[in-house]
Design a protein around this ligand. Structure first.
Ligand code: NAD
Ligand code: UFG
Length: 336
């Protein structure tokens, strides 16, 4: 199949391109490189020994999006492109609404015009807000606590409306828990610009000596060790979740929703310990105030994806830490 991957140069997108090429799909990437580097795609080609087509294009420019559909007969779209920094979305919400919502509308209109009606959308566990109980199932109530999360919820609703209006659409909403890790080759990985917001990239910058210590945001949560608990999932498992979802789209399922998580939560302190073991580096940390907007704990019930897609996460916390460290150690400055 020929798959258009928006945001394919980014963290999850690049890992998904590797798995798509490994499965002999043809890959077309559309990315404006606003949060990524074309080098990631060079590395994807190196890992797989296969080629892909790259368009440096912006979803906000409808003509650029149309051009891709004119030049290629696309079978399905995997839509990763979007801005994702929660804190930044609070200070510049209009940029987030414009980029994520308008960008998605341009993509959907272009798809509609080209009669391409199969799409996988990158949603997030953030749409569950602060869950009433754990583990989280797909039918739990939804809410948003910040503009980034609201863009995910709004896009899910737009896609639901689109399907209601035209039953020829096949749409998978994949709600990711906390993606971490890197390809085992160490060629591709997460490469945040500036100081990382998320836990694992921050720990790995401490391990490589670029940051002096980690701030642990709160140790007074109602969790076993008082620190936040999350469902960390290896990015390669996550990428494979997309590969398993693709055939589902071609059974005309309508709109389907899956949690992509491991089903197990680890705390911030457990993650620090795991990283220390995997890297052999000490991670200095200090306990800081809670980060506004954070929840105590979050993990998935991934049973639906296992039952309906035959997918489950296989990699361990040790794999996540070892592979992150291998990438960071081989590429201290990321792709630069
Ligand atoms: P990323 O920033 O590494 O990748 C996103 C890519 O989209 C980047 O390469 C960026 O340049 C591109 N992009 C952004 N706006 C664009 C536009 N207007 N036109 C074209 N390209 C554009 O992020 P990621 O971690 O790979 O996340 C991929 C998707 O998964 C995002 O939609 C994100 O919201 C979602 N998600 C991520 C996480 C996470 O923790 N990483 C969790 C849940 C959901
Ligand atoms: N944390 C620290 N110190 C840091 C960074 C994080 O202690 O420097 C803690 C947080 O307080 C939280 C845990 O580590 O308890 C995980 O935080 P992350 O920022 O890594 O991840 P979040 O769960 O807050 O959010 C991430 C993405 C969201 C996405 C969500 C679910 O940033 O966009 O996972 O997929 F919605």
């Amino acid at each position: 199949m020929k798959i258009l991957v928006t945001g394919g140069a980014g963290y999850i997108g690049s890992h998904t391109c590797v798995e798509l090429l490994n499965e002999n799909h043809e890959v077309v990437v559309l990315d404006n490189l606003s949060n990524s580097s074309e080098e990631s795609l060079t590395r994807v080609k190196k890992i797989t020994g296969k080629s892909l087509e790259f368009y440096k294009a912006d979803l906000l420019n409808k003509k650029q999006v149309d051009a891709v559909f004119l030049e290629h007969k696309i079978d399905a779209v995997i839509h990763f492109a979007g801005l994702k920094a929660v804190g930044e979305s609070v200070s510049i919400p209009l940029k987030y609404f414009h980029n994520n919502i308008t960008g998605t509308l341009n993509l959907l209109c272009a798809m509609n015009e080209a009669n391409v009606k199969n799409i996988i959308f990158s949603s997030s566990a953030t749409v569950y807000g602060d869950p009433l109980s754990l583990p989280i199932k797909e039918d739990f109530p939804l809410s948003a606590t910040n503009p980034y999360g609201r863009t995910k919820l709004m896009i899910e609703e737009i896609l639901q409306d689109l399907y209601r209006s035209d039953k020829n659409w096949n749409i998978a909403l994949l709600r990711y828990f906390n993606p971490v890790g890197a390809h085992k080759s160490g060629e591709i990985g997460e490469d945040p610009f500036g100081i990382p917001n998320n836990l694992v990239p921050y720990i790995s910058k401490v391990a490589v000596g670029f940051l002096p210590r980690l701030n642990v945001f709160g140790n007074d949560y109602n969790t076993p060790d008082g620190t936040g608990v999350r469902d960390f999932i290896h990015v390669v498992d996550l990428a494979l979740g997309h590969i398993r979802t693709l055939p589902k789209l071609f059974t005309n399922p309508g709109i389907v929703i899956y949690n992509l998580g491991t089903g197990t939560g680890f705390s911030v302190l457990e993650m620090i310990k795991g990283f220390e073991t995997a890297s052999g580096k000490k991670i200095p940390y200090k306990i800081a105030d809670r980060r506004p907007g954070d929840i105590a704990a979050c993990w998935a019930d991934p049973a639906k994806a296992k039952d309906e897609l035959g997918w489950e996460a296989k990699k361990t916390l040790d794999d996540m830490c070892k592979d992150t460290w291998n990438w960071q150690n081989k590429n201290p400055n990321g792709y630069r």
